[in-house]
Write a protein that binds this ligand. Sequence first.
Ligand code: GDP
Length: 299
Amino acid sequence: DKGLEKSKENFFGKLSKAVAGKSKVDDEVLDDLEEVLVASDVGVKTTIKIIDRIEARVAKDKYLGTSELDVILREEIAGLLSESGSGEQKDLISEKKPYVIMVVGVNGVGKTTTIGKLAHQFKAQGKKVVLGAADTFRAAAIDQLQVWADRVDVPIVKQSMGSDPASVAFDTLQSAVKMDADVVIIDTAGRLHNKVNLMNELSKVKRVMQKVIIDAPHEVLLVLDGSTGQNAFEQAKQFTAATEVTSLAVTKLDGTAKGGVVIGISDQFQIPVKYIGVGEGIEDLQIFNKLEFVDSFFK
Ligand code: GDP
């Protein structure tokens, strides 16, 4: 049974194993907990932070029962997560017209799928959405975005493969203004072969967009694959160095029993997680809710 297998491997399963037969949180339990956190992709830095905080609580209260560990861990983890999918963000979307989202991330992480799902969500809210195919490096990227545009039934602005991404972004914003669109979502190329190139390309796209809308983009959404552990950390590092990332979408959390990557990245980069991808379907994008996430991590 695949489902059972997954639950045995998950965080809560491993945690239960680590504390089995022990009533008090001691050094051995903390060592085991550290291993469990690292194995769940929380990342070493954030793991050490969590362990230090629990050690401090043990020191303060002199005694901590393993039965309380679950509750304390939930509190600590929730404290490290920031979310931004609710309230404020919704106001911003209605304030800026069109609201411009530039989407960044390497190929294969689920960037196109996330754009499609987002377009679907906005459209379902009654918003007029336009997509811009500024990943002009691969023909497949343009084709894939077109497939999603058709599926969601929203307009897409594109040029031929190899054309200037900044020019596509410019055209997209101009069309969006003309069409009186509410939301513009711009796909960008996710090549990481050269940091300077990436930085130059993204700044050029931004600069050219600002010729149409002075404060665009209003959001730079980095898409990361939640099942890739350390790679996701590395990509977050590279993209935050190349441009100002303002929000995160973490995909493929349905396929992994880990998901700890959300905790580590949110903590280390201090960028709010806004969306999580939980499947390949059009509805499989959720607005990140940290308490729900912590709950699912402990199930
Ligand atoms: P891109 O190259 O970054 O644009 O990636 P795509 O959007 O083409 O996605 C790559 C693959 O990941 C496709 O097969 C998607 O169906 C799949 N995918 C994207 N998001 C998710 C998700 O949240 N869960 C799962 N299970 N698969 C996903």
